[in-house]
Write a protein that binds this ligand. Structure first.
Ligand code: IVH
Length: 670
């Protein structure tokens, strides 16, 4: 039961309503609050209490913005004055033609004053106020009849529920654009993506979708804004000009466009538009142009309407940021660090004055997330200086013939097998000699902390590469003084110096060399750790990940990368050729190893029948630091020969490899 309502209570309720409405205005229209959130909540709580206790609710109470039940459908609303659309101008000449038309129609030669406002990209609505109170909010619809979205529009806190002050028309229909800021649009789309809902293509669709919600509680959750720019039917007041009207709106606490400027003639209009085009990128909302209006309302009236567009206004369209096109193909490119990147080839499309024919698809995770396929129609965006990107797939355009583009198994540049680490997004080609990467890799190889080849810096590598003198690592050692002398930057002395520096670099340490060959995740420190644990480069050729991970500082990720590098046949071939060309690697770090295991760095080959299963012996060798190979070579240290040995025995004899029995092997292990 409501308690007895006194004049004091009424006054307190009125005071609370006014105060909260004022704070809403400070916060949502001016963007400069003068109260803390806690204090605001306290006021609102007090108001709600009083309203409930006395069952006395003012029509402009902020509590009336929320809590309306969902609708079955929207009621139709007829606009007293039709909501018109605008003719478009795309360039300066179109604007000058508009100006000439205006003057011709008015039969004048003097300059006409205009206003220039941003064209908000949202949804047009009409707010109907009677005696200062918001009665109805409706969408534009077909211009004559729209839908009643009052409950939804009331949730937008920047919209006054009551017009304050004295100077108030009997009735007034105020028009404006409901829009969503770009950051809110992105937040909303992220949220929708998480819950598997379809994404909005742009802030305009998001704003329109949010206003046309049957359940106001959903609209309430979306941060919508309003910019008021026009007047429809009006009774009991007259405005002389657009600028006077905007000033009145501002005074009455309505949100108005970010900029409303007056221009004394069409030239000034053009200048203002140019300024706006630059500002556009900085605004938190999306604009697709500027609206130019004859400022004087009596001139507007004289000009009137031509079918559905007023003769007194025109929309200047900024170059579009987005367009739709078709993906003709998807391919992969290889960057200088070996990372493969998928990219789309488009049916050429003009966006913002530039023809766009391709765009990166960033990586396969991103491509899968957006479900981009060959043959898809996509929305492409090119904002400002930003490189074009695919915003989304227009799924409605799918025919079923679209093809996805899986991660390639081989590098598109060199054909080498690519690798993808499970927890990483990147797909990589790790072939040292991959043409897409070799320049970058050689620069690193020659650098001071690596092979320290003085004179083989970035510029020189570029020069040698572009002249076809180094296409691979091996070519470094094939360089001849005569070749260098043919190039512009080399004189006798500098050519001689470089050849000598290359020659000197052939004598190196394993630590330096492992760093130099550019294994992913192997910096100087890890290279040194490896050199401490492994005597020879070849010990790493068949290394197992588990073995690498026995080194305390080496984890799964580094181990996998090292394993994959040496598991790549092209890399082994390159390393072996380098050795043949005179590379001499010593390993002074190896002796510094703290706890040595008996078989560290030794390579074994097994032949014949032994007292223990082969697997058990292999495991024992590995666990003691040794390595088991399947065939005898010069780098084999021991052949363990059991009963009925095979051809390996013969081979070991010819190569001079030590042949031991199982018993002798056991002695080595202790
Ligand atoms: S004036 C008769 N001013 O653009 C003129 N419209 O293409 C009525 N719009 O339906 C509109 N910003 O939704 C005007 N500052 C602005 C505007 C604006 C956005 C929209 C409005 C209108 C459409 C016309």
């Amino acid at each position: 039961m409501a308690e007895r309502l006194t004049e004091e209570i009424k006054a307190e309720i009125k005071r609370l309503v006014d105060e909260i409405n004022y704070h809403n205005y400070r916060y949502y229209v001016l963007d400069s609050p003068v109260i803390s959130d806690e204090d605001y909540d306290r006021l609102l709580k007090r108001l709600k209490e009083l309203e409930e206790r006395y069952n006395y609710i003012l029509p402009d109470s902020p509590t009336q913005r929320i809590g309306a039940p969902p609708l079955e459908k929207f009621e139709k609303v007829r606009h007293k004055e039709p909501m018109l659309s605008l003719d478009n101008a795309f360039n300066e000449e179109d604007l000058r033609e508009f100006d000439r038309r205006v003057k011709r129609f008015l039969g004048i030669t003097e300059d006409v004053q205009y206003t220039v406002e941003p064209k908000y990209d949202g949804l047009a609505i009409e707010l109907s106020y009677v005696k200062g109170l918001l009665q109805k909010a409706s969408t534009r619809g077909d211009g004559y009849e729209g839908e009643d979205v009052t409950q939804n529009i009331k949730t937008i806190k920047s919209i006054p529920l009551r017009i304050e002050g004295t100077d108030i028309p009997e009735e007034i229909d105020i028009r404006g654009e409901v829009y969503m800021n770009i950051d809110e649009f992105e937040r909303l789309n992220k949220e929708r993506e998480k819950s598997g809902e379809p994404l909005f293509a742009n802030p305009r669709n998001a704003a329109a979708g949010s206003v046309r919600q049957l359940d106001p509680s959903i609209t309430q959750k979306r941060k919508l804004h309003l910019a008021c720019y026009g007047v429809g039917a009006i009774k009991g007041k007259e405005f002389k000009s657009q600028i006077e009207f905007i000033e009145w709106l501002r005074e009455k606490r309505f949100p108005v466009p970010a900029i409303v400027k007056t221009a004394k003639d069409i030239q000034e209009v053009i200048d203002i538009i140019k300024e706006m085009e630059a500002l556009r990128e900085k605004w938190p909302f999306e604009t697709d142009g500027a609206v130019i209006k004859v400022n004087d309302f009596s001139l507007q009236k004289a000009l009137g309407v031509k079918t559905r567009e007023p003769r007194w206004a025109i929309a200047y369209k900024f170059p579009a940021h987005q367009a739709t096109t078709k993906i003709l193909d998807i391919r992969a490119s290889v960057g200088r660090t070996g990372v493969l990147t998928p990219y789309a080839i488009f049916e050429p499309v003009r966006i913002g004055g530039v023809t766009v024919t391709r765009s990166t698809l960033h990586n396969w995770d991103e491509m899968e997330r957006k479900d981009i396929r060959i043959g898809d129609t996509v929305l492409v965006e090119r904002a400002g200086d930003v490189i074009p990107h695919v915003v989304m797939v227009i799924k409605e355009k799918r025919t079923g013939r679209e093809k996805s583009f899986p991660v390639p198994e081989k590098c598109p540049e060199c054909g080498s097998k690519v690798v993808k680490e499970p927890e990483e997004v990147a797909v990589r080609c790790i072939n040292m000699n991959c043409p897409a990467q070799v320049q970058e890799r050689i620069i690193h190889f020659a650098s001071r902390a690596a092979m320290n080849i003085e004179g083989l810096g970035e510029k020189t590598v570029e020069l040698l590469y572009s002249n076809g003198l180094i296409k691979s690592f091996i070519d470094i050692y094939k360089l001849k003084k005569e070749d260098l002398l043919k190039l512009p930057r080399f004189a006798d002395k500098s050519a001689q110096n470089l050849i000598e520096a290359i020659e000197a670099s052939k004598k190196t340490t394993l630590g330096r060399f492992l760093f130099a060959i550019g294994i992913l995740h192997v910096g100087e420190y890890v290279a040194k750790l490896l050199a401490r644990s492994f005597k020879n480069l070849e010990d790493l050729y068949h290394i197992k990940k588990e073995k690498l991970m026995e080194i305390p500082q080496i984890g799964e990720k580094i181990a996998r990368s090292i394993y994959e590098f040496f598991n790549n046949p092209e890399n082994i071939k390159t390393l072996e050729t380098m050795k043949k060309m005179g590379l001499r690697i010593t390993n002074p770090d190896y002796t510094q190893r703290a706890e040595k295991r008996p078989l560290d760095g030794l390579t074994f080959v097994i032949t014949g029948t032994l007292p223990k299963p082969r697997k058990e012996i292999e495991d024992l060798i590995e666990s003691l630091g040794g390595h088991v190979s399947s065939s005898v070579s010069k780098s084999t240290d021991y052949l363990i020969a059991g009963e009925e040995p095979g051809s390996k025995l013969e081979k070991a004899r010819t190569l001079g490899v030590k042949i031991i029995s199982y018993e002798e092997f056991l002695k080595l292990t202790s």
